[in-house]
Structures are given as structure tokens and as C-alpha cells.
Write a protein that binds this ligand. Structure first.
Ligand code: BGC
Ligand code: NOJ
Length: 812
């Protein structure tokens, strides 16, 4: 069962029926103004912070699903029949329907009663607004007389307060309507300097700004009274629920087209220029009206859209591949890269599953996301690294999260996750490998946002390494703290209070529970750190890191091996977790992937053995499960992981983030076939035919696919905002296709399936463009390199001064 298809030439996914198993969403905006938009125009918008600057309302987990959106109604004035050209909210049967999700825009086209309506939603670059570009075509034989109604429901800024504090907020709503533009200005009278606006390019026959006036008593968005009667109420909201709605009358001769533009946006005024006249309460519109006018101008809107397309072509142009596998091509060339940029912009804040009120930017999440977007926006990656590093604590530890608006660490959402600081080492190494910008290591960066505490970024990294070394347990393995990458493995929490948060509740001191996963991560990070240190002649630090990595690898070999796979941890009592000795949770995926990635066990056969245990015990047709067998009952000493019913999330789900670690590990032991096989099992495009089972969008990764123990094995959840995006991108591009930026330059070391005869790629890297052609001569992974026709020893392409470089790779 499929609900659409890929249009790769246009870089779009085309949805062909509105009733997808779940709302299939897309993102608008790349700078400060963002929105999520579903295939039926559901979703909401916000400025920078999905909680604190929410522009429009959305009702999560309501019925019918996907309520709240960017609504349009067309009403036939002959008989009063009306419908929504985007299907929601009226859900009228449409004669044709198509939604095209593209890069930063969504176009929905439909046909009903011979009226073809196309509406394209997008956010112009560097603008704090979204454009709804509606075209109507009369494809019938008779003159059509239509009313067009628009509707958005404003949120009163703080989305949490908006959904909870009704004793106040049902009295605070305020608007102004001037020249047909609805200005939403709740709390502008007091401490806010910002307001929202909703404007239309056409003369209006009416408007509304009070929700209940527009909808009528006990009506929903599917049947607004104003649309039913064909007449707006010209209402001015005072308290209750402010909305914006325009009413435009249109007459279309057969074959005639009409374009109507709407602009919905956010604007700030300087605090001393809020009102005009200054002693009034009326918004000073001096700076906003020119912006609005320019985006109600069709020519300008067309240019803005083209600029958006060009920007995406530039981003995606950094790496384009042509392999024998269509799923690889379209994910690498379009959708996976796009998803990585969305995680850069949104972290974990706003999706169909993330309500925008919960989380800031995760320390580990942000650093891992960076691995997937650094090549597209290196300058912004640099800025992001410095922002994140400035939240680091002097101990080398990290706040688990920081707030995007203030860029400050936030303790209220939990801390003491002992893996956190190590990820920044990987992020910085990836940034330098991409750019060659070693100077970033010298950048002075504060600790905990406190002026006067500046130290070079390099020292921050050194403290990350030291943080682990200062916290070793009885087996010489890293203490886990609250949890490691697996947020739900809470070995010191012992929570027995209903509803208590595992992320924030008081922990035991934690001098015993250790993580074999952090040990692997440490070995990897310490090796990267040593390489960085060598390059800036910090030889003493390099040596220290190398020694520490060796020591840690030895501790893993001694105390982290269960016989056929790596142990997961030791709990608070010193008992092994992830061992065949236990009845449940015998094998976990994370230490298998991470330890092999760190090179542990490659020389002595353990890596191979661990990976074959993964294959036997964890691999399913829908991806590799996180652990096996899942826990069937709550275990106080293991924490949140055992709160999930078997097969879901961290308790035996296919936690997609971890799968690429195993793919990378497989390439490290030379198994291109297995690595790519695993890659395809969770590749959303390759799963598109099973959409009825998978249910989430077929163009982006989801955090989780239900594991074999779940009744809905194969069903995805939590699409879009997941470290899965970055790691899959890294696994396929850098390890399977083997186009890998390193500190010394571009390395080419493909480990591809044996039956591929090769592939081609174009990679822009440090100012040069590499045209790469890989050809198979034998079935192995041995690389011979020709650069501009000249044979080169090894796998490293010598740095080019710029221009075009031809690289041939022969695999034998
Ligand atoms: C989820 C984790 C997530 C954590 C932090 C848990 O409930 O299962 O996947 O990392 O919350 O928000
Ligand atoms: C999602 C969180 O955002 C991430 O930080 C964590 O590593 C995974 N869940 C696994 O628990």
C-alpha cells in the first residue's frame, strides 16, 4: 500500500491521497521563522522558539487528528456548497488531490466542482513570515462565483500557557484590524514588543478575528458559520480566541485563473517605537507594512521562491551520488540531507510527536546532528559548536539541554548524563575534518555562559575527556551517571513514585554503575582528540589521550565482554547488564556498534563475533532491535527502559539511531553487503511500499520502529527529529560509499555491496570539486586511487588548491 511517490527530479514527495495513516508533515523556514505543515495543511508556526513564540494553535493528540492549520475554504455562491481545497478541515471528497512536499515548501493541489486550486506554502529566506500562494482555475464551462475564506487561529505566544492557563488567557486576547490586515497583539500592551499579522493581497468583502463569531456556537473548523452563510462577521476579538480570517469574492470565467496571496508573519518593534501615535495603544506599523506589501506582490514572491530553491541546490550540491540503488540515491541526494538540516534548525522541539513545549536543544543531540549538516552549512556549524561549548561546565560536564532563545544551559530538564561531554569532541573533529579550520580550537569560549571564564575550545574538549577519566567505576569503566546515550537506562535512579521524571528526579550518588557504551565512545573520542592534538603540536595531550584510550579499550576487553558480545553496563550493585546470565535484556545493540566503531575487538575477533551476535539475536526485516529479549516487567534498578511495553522505544524497539553504528561497524570489518542490507532495512524510501505497516512518512527517518515483541512490529513513530538522520547520513556517505572527510583531507574507502559495479559521486570539499568514479574489479574492498590520472598510494586524496579534481577508485 502506498500513499504517494517520489518525484526525484523535482526533489519532492508526492502524496496522492489526503487520508495518510498519520499526518505526513514537512517543515517551512530555515532561519528564524518556522512552521510544520501536514499534507492537508495542518500544523503551526512559531518564531525561533516553539514554546515561547508560538504564532498559531495546534491541538496535539486531538480528534480528528491534525487539528489546527492554515485553512482555506471555497464556497460556491450559487448554492452555498463549500469545501477545503487542502481537504482539511472540511474533509470534502475531492475529485483530485495531490500534496507535494518539497525542500522548505509544500504545495497542495486539488479539484472540486471544476475548480482547480493550488496553494503553495513557504517561508522566504531571511523573512519572519510565510506566504500562502493560492491559484484558482475555473476548469468548468460556466462562470464560477466563489467566496474564498482564509483562517488561522492565533496562539497567545507561550504555547504551554496557551494550553493551560485559561483563567487568564481567555481575557487577554487583542487584535487590531487595519486595511484588511489582522494584527494579533495579545500582551503587546505590556511587555511584548512583537505581534503577528495576517494579510491578503485582494480587497476584502469581510474579515473575522473572533473565533466564536467566525465558527458559530458549537461549530468546528469543518463548518464555520461565516462560511456556511457566506458572510464574515467583521468581528474584533477581545479576549477569548483571536483568529485571522479574510473573505474575498472571486468571479472566474471558464478557463480563467486568479492568484491570491496571503502573508502570515511575526514582527518586532523597538520598545520605544511600539505605538503610533506614541501615547496611543495602536501598533506602530511603520516598519511592518512595507514588508507585508512586498510579500503580497506576485513578482517578489516568485523571486523569493526561486531564492529558496537555489539555496537548497547549493546545500545539496555539496554531495551528490549516483549508485545502482535508487533508495540510496534519493536519501543521500535529497531527503536524508534535508532531514539533517531540519534537525539542525529544530533539534527535538517541534514535530508531529514533539509538541514544542518540552525540550530545549540537547547537548548530545546537537553535537550528533552536526555530523549530518556540517558539510552544508559549515559557518553555522561553527557558530553552533561555540554556542554549545559555552554551556559546558568547568568540570567538563554538560547541561543536558540548553534553550535556543537564551543559549543557556537548563538544569530543570535534567543533568548528569555522563556521555554528554564526549559528543562535542566528535562534533568538533567532524567540523575540522570538513573545513580544515584548526583555528576554531583556539577560539576563547566561556564555561557555563559566565564571562571571564574563557578558555580555548581545545581545552573544553580536553576537559570532556578528563570528565570521563575523573569518573571511573570499580572496573575502570566510565560511571554512567543518570544515563548514557540511552536516556532510559537509569541505573542510579530507583524511581518508585508514579509519574516521576527519570530525567530529573534525584539520583543516587552513583559510584558503582558503569557504562560499557561510554567506554567505547570514550575510546573513539579520545582517538579523535589525540589526532587533533597532534595536528596542533599538543603532543603531551595527544599522548595522554592515546594512553587513556588504550587503557579504556583494555578495561572493555577485561570487564566488558560477555562471551559472544559486549556487555551493556554494570548496575548499582555491580551486576552485569546485557548479559546472557540475565533472563531479559541479554544483549543490547549500543555497545556492539560503538565498541567496534572505536576499533575495539577488531584485531582479536571479538568485533566479528559481536556483530554476528547482533545479526542472530537483534536483526529483523524492519531493522535491528535495541535489545533482546525485551523486559516484561518494571525493574527498579534499570529505570525507564523497563517502563515501556516490550518492543517499544528503548525496551526492544528498533531504535533507528543505533542501526548506523552497526552499519559502520560492519564496514570496519569489511562487510559491505551486510552494512548496506541493514541500511536498506530502515531506509524510509525502501520501506515506502510497506507504508500501511510503517505508517510514518516514507521520505524521512523515524526515531523508532516497533520491534519484534510489539504487536505492531514494523510501525514507525517519532519521525523527523532524531539523531537517526545524521548517523544514517554518516554511515552511508562516509563508510559505505566511503567518501570520508578527515583532518588530513578526503579519504576514499568504499565498502559497498559485492554486486555493485561501482558508483559515481560529486563532492565539494575545502574549495575544490571532486568528481569521483568508483569501479569494481574484484569483490573485495582494496582501493587503488588515481587522482587526475596519476596513481596515488593509500586512500587519501591529496588536498587540491581548488577547481575540479577527477578521482578514480578501483576496488578489488
Ligand atoms: C524517551 C527517550 C528520550 C528521553 C528524553 C524518554 O522518555 O524514551 O527516547 O531520550 O525521554 O526526553
Ligand atoms: C532521544 C534523545 O533525544 C536522545 O538524546 C537519546 O540518546 C535517545 N532518545 C535514546 O534514549
Amino acid at each position: 500500500m502506498q500513499y504517494g511517490f517520489f518525484d526525484d527530479d523535482r526533489r519532492e514527495y508526492v502524496i496522492t491521497r489526503p487520508d495518510t495513516p498519520l499526518p505526513w508533515i514537512n517543515y517551512l523556514g530555515t532561519d528564524g521563522y518556522f512552521g510544520i505543515i501536514s499534507n492537508t495543511a495542518g500544523g503551526y508556526s512559531f518564531y525561533r522558539d516553539a514554546r515561547l513564540r508560538r504564532l498559531t494553535r495546534y491541538r496535539y493528540n486531538g480528534v480528528p487528528t491534525d487539528a489546527g492549520g492554515r485553512y482555506l475554504y471555497l464556497r460556491d455562491r450559487r448554492d452555498g456548497h463549500f469545501w477545503s481545497p487542502t481537504w482539511q478541515p472540511t474533509r470534502t471528497d475531492l475529485d483530485e488531490y495531490q500534496c507535494r512536499h518539497g525542500l522548505g515548501y509544500t504545495t497542495i493541489r486539488s479539484r472540486h466542482r471544476d475548480i482547480e486550486a493550488t496553494v503553495r506554502f513557504f517561508v522566504p529566506i531571511d523573512q519572519n513570515l510565510e506566504v500562502w500562494d493560492l491559484s484558482l482555475l475555473n476548469a468548468g464551462e460556466e462562470t464560477a462565483r466563489l467566496s474564498v475564506f482564509s483562517a488561522v487561529e492565533f496562539a497567545l505566544w507561550d504555547a504551554w500557557d496557551d494550553a493551560t492557563n485559561f483563567q487568564r488567557n481567555l481575557s487577554t486576547g487583542e487584535v487590531e484590524v487595519v486595511d484588511g490586515i489582522v494584527y494579533h497583539k495579545t500582551e503587546y500592551r505590556e511587555r511584548r514588543n512583537h505581534f503577528a499579522f495576517f494579510a491578503c493581497s485582494e480587497p476584502l468583502v469581510g474579515f473575522d478575528s473572533q473565533r466564536d463569531e467566525f465558527l458559530g456556537r458549537y461549530h468546528g473548523w469543518d463548518r464555520p458559520a461565516a462560511v456556511e452563510r457566506g458572510e464574515s462577521g467583521n468581528s474584533i476579538a477581545h479576549g477569548w480566541a483571536p483568529i485571522g480570517s479574510h473573505h474575498v469574492a472571486v468571479s472566474l470565467e471558464p478557463g480563467e485563473r486568479r492568484r491570491i496571496l496571503f502573508a502570515l508573519g511575526y514582527h518586532e518593534n523597538p520598545s520605544d517605537r511600539k505605538f503610533d501615535p506614541p501615547d496611543s495603544q495602536a501598533i506602530d506599523r511603520t516598519t511592518v507594512t512595507p514588508v507585508i506589501a512586498s510579500f503580497l506582490d506576485p513578482g517578489h514572491v516568485d523571486e523569493a521562491f526561486q531564492a529558496l530553491e537555489d539555496r537548497w541546490s547549493r546545500y545539496l550540491g555539496v554531495l551528490q551520488v549516483d549508485t545502482p540503488d535508487v533508495h540510496t540515491n534519493r536519501m543521500v541526494n535529497i531527503w536524508n540531507a534535508y532531514q539533517c538540516m531540519v534537525t539542525f534548525n529544530l533539534s527535538r522541539s517541534a514535530s508531529y510527536f514533539e509538541s514544542g513545549v518540552g525540550r530545549g536543544m540537547g547537548f548530545r543531540d546537537t553535537n550528533q546532528d552536526l555530523l549530518g549538516f556540517v558539510h552544508m552549512v559549515p559557518d553555522r556549524a561553527r557558530e553552533r559548536i561555540l554556542d554549545v561549548a559555552a554551556t559546558q561546565l568547568e568540570t567538563g560536564g554538560a547541561y543536558h539541554q540548553y534553550q535556543p532563545l537564551t543559549k543557556r544551559g537548563n538544569d530543570a530538564v535534567g543533568g548528569n548524563f555522563n556521555d554528554d561531554p564526549l559528543w562535542i569532541v566528535l562534533a568538533v573533529a567532524a567540523y575540522v575534518a570538513e573545513t580544515g579550520d584548526f583555528a576554531i580550537l583556539d577560539e576563547p569560549v566561556v564555561f557555563d555562559n559566565r564571562p571571564g571564564t574563557e578558555a580555548p575550545l581545545f581545552e573544553h574538549l580536553d576537559r570532556s575527556i578528563q570528565y570521563t577519566l575523573d569518573r571511573l567505576g570499580p572496573h575502570g569503566l566510565p560511571l554512567i551517571g543518570r544515563a548514557d546515550w540511552n536516556d532510559c537506562l537509569n541505573l542510579n535512579t530507583f524511581s518508585d513514585e508514579p509519574g516521576e521524571s527519570f530525567q530529573t528526579t534525584t539520583n543516587r550518588d552513583g559510584k558503582v554503575a558503569e557504562s560499557v557504551f561510554i567506554a567505547g565512545l570514550f575510546v573513539l573520542a579520545a582517538a579523535e582528540m589525540a589526532q587533533l592534538a597532534h595536528r596542533i603540536a599538543a603532543n603531551e595531550i595527544a599522548r595522554r589521550c592515546e594512553q587513556a584510550a588504550e587503557g579504556m579499550a583494555a578495561a572493555v576487553a577485561r570487564h566488558g565482554w560477555d562471551g559472544a558480545w559486549f556487555l551493556r553496563a554494570y548496575d548499582h550493585f555491580g551486576n552485569a547488564v546485557g548479559s546472557h546470565d540475565d533472563s531479559e535484556g541479554q544483549i543490547f545493540i549500543e555497545p556492539q556498534g560503538m565498541n567496534v566503531m572505536a576499533g575495539i575487538g577488531i584485531g582479536d575477533g571479538r568485533a566479528r563475533q559481536a556483530l554476528s551476535s547482533v545479526h542472530e539475536r537483534l536483526a529483523t526485516d524492519h531493522g535491528i532491535a535495541i535489545l533482546e529479549p525485551p523486559f516484561t516487567r518494571y525493574r527498579l534498578e534499570l529505570g525507564e527502559i523497563t517502563t515501556y511495553p516490550p518492543g517499544y522505544k528503548e525496551n526492544g524497539g528498533i531504535f533507528c539511531h543505533t542501526n548506523p553504528w552497526v552499519m559502520i561497524a560492519e564496514t570496519m570489518i569489511g562487510s559491505g553487503d551486510r552494512a548496506h542490507d541493514y541500511y536498506l532495512r530502515i531506509n524510509p524510501s525502501a520501506r515506502a511500499e510497506q507504508s500501511a505497516i510503517h505508517r510514518c512518512e516514507p521520505y524521512v527517518y523515524a526515531q523508532m520502529i516497533a520491534g519484534p515483541a510489539a504487536p505492531s512490529h514494523g510501525e514507525a513513530k517519532n519521525s523527523w527529529l532524531s539523531g537517526t538522520a545524521a548517523w544514517n547520513y554518516v554511515a552511508i556517505t562516509q563508510w559505505i560509499l566511503g567518501i570520508r572527510p578527515t583532518l588530513d583531507g578526503l579519504r576514499l574507502q568504499p565498502v559497498i555491496p559485492a554486486d555493485w559495479d561501482g558508483f559515481r559521486a560529486i563532492r565539494r570539499y575545502r574549495g575544490a570539486t571532486y568528481h569521483i568514479e568508483v569501479r569494481r574489479r574484484g569483490r573485495g574492498n582494496n582501493v587503488s586511487l588515481l587522482v587526475d590520472g596519476v596513481p596515488i598510494e593509500g586512500t587519501l586524496v591529496p588536498a587540491a588548491a581548488g577547481g575540479e579534481v577527477q578521482v578514480e577508485v578501483v576496488l578489488e
